[in-house]
Design a protein around this ligand. Structure first.
Ligand SMILES: NC(=O)c1ccc[n+]([C@@H]2O[C@H](COP(=O)([O-])OP(=O)(O)OC[C@H]3O[C@@H](n4cnc5c(N)ncnc54)[C@H](OP(=O)(O)O)[C@@H]3O)[C@@H](O)[C@H]2O)c1
Length: 272
């Protein structure tokens, strides 16, 4: 039996492309989706690629899905925590419900799935956990404070956990995509009309134009899928893998530039 990868959030985007890539490379793929009605048509008829229902905020569903995957494939070698949501806007205009949601999915969701899987990986004395972070997990832009908070949390969580699990042969890594053309930004194509945003209208409108312009120039999800595959198969003890030239360049510039200069370039490039 070949190796098995479990990937969260495979209905669209990066998770979907990663599922198809691991399948092409001969892996068993446990593709988890929130609802079976969203099973992607490109998965139909693929041998050794099976869908399992799982909302990353639902612990019972996670436990059930992990049991079902192990029954189906015998083991899980690699977990890819990919499911995530996006948010942009001035903090004071974002509802408490949206704030909770972004942390529940991006942070708590990743922790939930990881925590259920650790005992299995620890018993088999090997495994790889790949958390899909972002360029936004190391570099900040305006009007994304919540998204940054969630992805910086993933970077810290992953780095800390990597120490803790090393003695059991379990590797923890992050993959940081830049701008990827997926459904991620679907709900931000128009500027939300909200009285609380009036004071920020000028700068938010500029940021929004920058975001949409970058989206148009973004990579396809296949580029990030390749980096996830590289992280899964790389023997090096590297923590973060930048996906795409944009992320690699920004990480490099951040490393070599003084903090104030870097941040002032960020603000100028987004027009504020
Ligand atoms: N696109 C980018 O520019 C970009 C850049 C850097 C990092 N990323 C990261 O890449 C990952 C994938 O994003 P994407 O660009 O591929 O976006 P996407 O096409 O919107 O895919 C997001 C996936 O997450 C799933 N999901 C959302 N909430 C979930 C929940 N509660 N439980 C389980 N699954 C859930 C979605 O399922 P449904 O279809 O059911 O909603 C979907 O399958 C995210 O972690 C994101 O932060 C994206």
């Amino acid at each position: 039996m070949g190796k098995t990868v479990m990937i969260t959030g495979t209905s669209t985007g990066i998770g979907n492309a990663a599922a198809l890539l691991f399948h092409r490379k001969g892996w068993n793929v446990a593709a988890t989706i929130r609802s079976i009605e969203k099973k992607p048509k490109e998965f139909i008829g693929l041998e050794n690629l099976k869908c399992f229902t799982m909302d990353v905020t639902d612990k019972k569903e996670i436990e059930q899905a992990v049991r079902d995957i192990i029954n189906e494939f015998g083991t899980i070698d690699t977990l890819v925590n990919n499911a995530g949501v996006y948010s942009t806007g001035p903090l004071e205009a974002i509802s408490d419900c949206e704030i909770r949601h972004i942390f529940e999915v991006n942070v708590q969701g990743t922790i939930n799935v990881t925590k259920v899987l650790i005992p299995y990986l620890r018993r088999q004395k090997k495994g790889t956990i790949i958390n899909v972070s972002s360029i936004a997990g190391k570099v900040t832009f305006p009007f994304q404070s919540l998204y940054h908070g969630s992805k910086w949390a993933i970077e810290g969580f992953s780095q800390g956990l990597a120490h803790e699990l090393k003695e059991f042969g379990i590797r923890v890594k992050t993959v940081a995509p830049g701008m990827v053309k997926t459904h991620f930004y679907d709900h931000v194509f128009t500027i939300p009309e909200n009285g609380n945003t009036d004071a920020y209208k000028k700068s938010f409108t500029r940021w929004h134009a920058y975001l949409m312009g970058n989206f148009e120039k973004g990579y396809g999800p296949e580029e990030s899928a390749k980096t996830i595959y590289k992280a899964a198969t790389d023997k090096h003890a590297k923590l973060t893998y930048a996906a795409g030239l944009d992320t690699k360049m920004v990480f490099f510039l951040k490393q070599i530039m003084p903090h104030c200069l870097f941040n002032s370039i960020v603000r100028r490039s987004v027009g504020i």
